[in-house]
Write a protein that binds this ligand. Sequence first.
Ligand SMILES: [Zn+2]
Length: 190
Amino acid sequence: MEIDEKAMESDKDALTLQDQTHQQYMRAALEMAEQALASDEVPVGCVLVNHGQIIGKGMNDTNRSLNGTRHAEFLAINSILSKHPPSIFSETDLYVTVEPCIMCASALRQFQIRAVYFGCSNDRFGGTGGVLSIHSDPGVDKPHPVYGGLFREEAIMLLRRFYVQENEKAPEPKPKKDRQLNTEVLPLSR
Ligand SMILES: [Zn+2]
């Protein structure tokens, strides 16, 4: 698990993440993820912040809609596009509880998002360092910085609560020992 570390561009940026402003926005993203969990969606939430204002929010909505593209980021982007020109994204930051997937990372770069802050990395589908690095690969659109690890444990615990909850509803639940909530989150290897 050195992905988060790679995403942390320097020690200075890691320190900046302790900033209360960043924490406040990530808490708002975590609240959206809680709402997703309460709606039986994979708990991922995000907010988009422009000049200190939350101008868009999103939570995962793929199960209810049966539409695999309705990720939190897409919902937040759509809510903004209904009120603002796309140029607003170049002065807008994304706070999302889980690293954006490859699809969302590509959309975020095309909209020229200013920066992305995420909680835990996405080892299977991550588009900002987890699997691919869409935000920084050579390309037509301007690259953007990405900072991972902000409230990482909270983001991981939300996902674990979801998978325990899902298994409890399964027709043949796994044995109880396999579905206890694991509360240990290993630190990133240094
Ligand atoms: Zn996505």
